[in-house]
Design a protein around this ligand. Structure first.
Ligand code: C5P
Ligand code: MG
Length: 188
């Protein structure tokens, strides 16, 4: 099963993603973690995206889609073995990213899309407390990331609603309840 997790910063993607993946017995891939790792290792990609991450801006769609499609292709054995699936956190972030990835992946990107909802005030509160030492977790950048989410990422709701693969899950609940709701939505 191929699952995509979408949600505002702080909505719990990085918490729920690995748990859902474990439950399904598939690998977990976080787009944000992947980029932070490239930055930390000082790779060409890392140097290209570092400023975007620091500012809470999105990496250009083409670069992001290529990076994730390549990683997913490696993960699923070149598309021959994609029945195994994955849980993908943080990609796509824009409708353009979704369309680019769908064009390149013969079987599509996702069987199920889980959209974790969270009021902005709760997201602010969670992110202020989480402070993981990320370069993008100061108050001003958090505000920017929330704005980018509403403007760029929220339109994916309609994109996936028309494809019938969307599950909207209330992320403003205790972790265990959110996990149970996701697992139930996936029928897993
Ligand atoms: O998902 P996460 O909050 O970890 O992403 C951190 C940052 O990585 C984003 O603010 C953005 O700069 C970058 N990113 C991106 N495109 C994606 C996923 C992450 O530009 N699809
Ligand atoms: Mg995350």
């Amino acid at each position: 099963m191929r699952v995509v997790l979408i949600g505002a910063p702080g909505s719990g993607k990085g918490t729920q993603g690995p748990l859902v993946a474990w439950k399904l017995g598939v690998p977990y891939l976080s787009a944000g973690d992947l980029l932070r790792d490239e930055v930390a290792r000082g790779t060409d990609l890392g140097r290209a995206v570092a400023v975007c991450l620091d500012r809470g801006e999105l990496v250009p769609d083409e670069l992001m889609a290529d990076t994730i499609v390549d990683r997913l292709t490696a993960l699923t054995g070149g598309g021959r073995d994609d029945r195994e699936g994955y849980v993908l956190d943080g990609f796509p972030r824009t409708v353009a990213q979704a369309e680019l990835a769908e064009r390149r992946l013969p079987g599509g990107l996702a069987d199920h899309v889980v959209f974790l909802t969270l009021p902005d005030d709760v997201a602010r509160d969670r992110l202020a407390h989480r402070r993981q030492g990320r370069s993008d977790d100061d108050a001003a950048t958090i505000e920017h990331r929330l704005r980018v989410f509403h403007e760029e990422t929220e339109p994916l709701l309609d994109h996936y609603r028309t494809r019938g693969t969307l599950h909207v899950v209330d992320g403003d609940r205790p972790q265990d309840d959110v996990l149970a709701a996701i697992v139930a939505a996936l029928g897993a």
